[in-house]
Design a binder for this molecule. Sequence first.
Ligand code: ADP
Ligand code: MG
Length: 456
Amino acid sequence: MTDDTWGRVCDELQKSVGQNNFTTWIAPLELINLEDGIVSFRAPTKFMRDWVSRNFAEPILSELRRAGVSAERVDISVPLRQVANGAKPAAKPAAMPVKPRKPARAESEPLPGAPLDARFTFDSFVVGKPNELAHAAAKRVAEGGPVTFNPLFLYGGVGLGKTHLMHAIAHELQVQRPDLRVLYLSAEQFMYRFIQALRDKQIMDFKEMFRSIDVLMVDDVQFIAGKESTQEEFFHTFNALVDQGKQIVISADRAPGEIKDLEERIKSRLSCGLVVDLHPTDYELRLGILQTKTDAYRTEYPDLQIAPGVLEFIAHRISSNVRILEGALTRLFAYASLIGREITMDLAQECLKDQLRQSERKVTVEEIQRKVAEHYNVRLSDLVGPKRLRAIARPRQVAMFLAKSLTTRSLPDIGRRFGGRDHTTIMHGIRKIEELRATDSQLAEDIELLRRLLES
Ligand code: ADP
Ligand code: MG
């Protein structure tokens, strides 16, 4: 069959199936060859292959026959290696008798997403109290079923697993729903693409590409705060996808309402799905992560020796940021294998000197007072002063509570820093907050937020 013949068949098909169907489904097909009555095409995605086979094989065959080509069957293949974000390999097979027609729409173009880290899967993600809700929500999205919450908004401090979970969703969706177009990128990349599209006068292509996605994941969305036109475009993309019932997953370093210089309408749109925070790790989670990583390492280096108590020691002493925790472990393994010794407590202390010292950098009472005063909008001088008004006394107690839990200062010492108060007054304040925190969820949230701000 010649190029010309297929060209004429296409003209007829346009009439018989309609312009829309033609551009969506048939134009992106690449004709490979015709042999033994089988006409072979290549489709950009499995979804397209299935849809075309089911709905357009007959019209294609009958138009071919009408053009005098004897064809009995349509065979459609997809490129073997479909890359994570739906990108297709560009290489074409060597022998292609017919030039492919130019695909008419974004559907068949590779998605300009960010590469996925193969290690960031659900299997390698350790679940604990601080991240179990985020994990469960991510799992739900990864099933690729009907959208139950939109967007899923994940937030938390650095190194707590936001990016890991988003990549895990993308990996899992590839398996569960290879037909879906999944795009993962950072907010920074979104901005970069947007600016590039503006510069190249390809804004329509940009819009069309983003609106053809089934699952959009944007990492570190706080980045677009204060960037007006990017925010505007993001807002429209977001709305268009939500209106079509497409899933969106967003991450940020703080809750939507707390991102400064982000338009109100965007904040409220971001809040209307499921907002989940990843809490700083606790001791159990840190230990779990250390054990999992050690086990994985041991499959590679079976004679790795670790004295009892070393992992526990690290879990106690190194900060809540998982990235730093992992770094410490890697350093320890490298160090031990270099000098060829068992990992003992002494060796760990020696090797991790700097890391341990850094994580000792504790928040100061003054920092706590400043942040608390700012948060509750009271004057610092009032916070440490003698006023007994509830509006000042409560924040003061919160600050006392945080001073006790985030620093190693003694009660008398804290008392001195709160305008020379007695240690029993400090004790009373701390008890009061502990008590209220159990029932007052607003207060509990305030404390969590302040803790995060202070520890970051
Ligand atoms: P974030 O995006 O929140 O800053 P990342 O997702 O980049 O954090 O995580 C930092 C590192 O910590 C990554 O190497 C990631 O694999 C690891 N990590 C974070 N949380 C977990 C967890 N719960 N289990 C296993 N590894 C984790
Ligand atoms: Mg990240």
